[in-house]
Design a protein around this ligand. Sequence first.
Ligand SMILES: *Cc1c(COP(=O)(O)O)cnc(C)c1O
Length: 378
Amino acid sequence: MNDNFLPFALPCIGEEEINEVVDTLKSGWLTTGPKTKRFQNDFAQFVGVDHALAVNSCTAGLHLALEAIGIQAGDKVITSPYTFTATAEVIRYLGADPVFVDIDPQTFNIDPYQLAATLDIVDGVKAIIPVHFAGQACDMDPILESAAEFSVKVVEDAAHALPTLYKGRMVGSLGDITVYSFYVTKTLATGEGGMIATANPEYAERMSILRLHGMSRDVFDRNSSWHYDVVAPGFKYNMTDMAAALGIHQLQKAESFQQRRAEIANLYTNNLNDLPLTIPYQADYSSHAWHLYVIQLDLATIDRNTFIERMAAAGIGTSVHFIPLHLQTYWRDRYDLKAEDFPVALDVYNRAVSLPIYPCMSDDDVDRVITQVRTILK
Ligand SMILES: *Cc1c(COP(=O)(O)O)cnc(C)c1O
């Protein structure tokens, strides 16, 4: 690797974030406190939702969401195989089982028609977890219609989708509960962190208690500073004020970050679309947060490992999103899945490469990526 290696992903942390963290350190409030409250309020306003609950990861948030809607052992939850394992592992936390439904070949999001067909034939489904892949919303109208028809809840995995609009409506105001990630590579980074959005006050109350050991302060003496009551075996999922200090300022930059990501995506698209590869498809019903820019190679031209190695040799980091869950040992063996069971996910995976895309990339960085991709594929 040469000295000026261009990483696949980098958080963009400014002086505002640094000063806010220093302020937190000096305040004595390291864990959940006033900054977390402020971040939640700002976030609720940004998304346009009544309740925003800060947690220490998207995984934690998805777990709380499934618990709140009442998922129990033996239930089934439909999701996409084309995601990170966190989306499905939280289903197992509750003793329930995922049912995977293949993706749409253009958007790589769950196929709403196969979803409806699956709901028709599989008994015991209690929820759907749509994943807004790369930052483009799933086609939510048919998904929400199917959910209503079969009386199942919708918990959205919006780890990539901040900010994303579906038909002009913010992701976070569509399904029953939506969960975001602030993991270091995501569009808004606090290192580790997540946020849950919901319009439902009962879910919000349940998740707020469960995220901190199942301790309720409200039920009993509101005037007492020491009294609490444990109402459930909860979790340790609360966000620290140090993370919230980052989040407050990252959120203020969410729109400008998104604009820069979109600019980079346009540069890639305009300068790569004559090559033997497939550029990302953009659905007319969604805006794009551009968490990822995923090209699909033409395997007759080059194999993926060679492509990735040549990018690395030129000092450019890339990644692959995702190795589908049905190819992973645990999911494959537990549910006896074959590679061909999800042919679209398999084909997309085989050809997919994610290029670097983040707001603090310079135009020179972007040019470097374009030039190298063109050199490899010309
Ligand atoms: C990153 C990611 C998660 C998990 O987020 P954490 O905050 O790291 O728990 C969940 N789902 C998807 C699709 C992701 O990309």
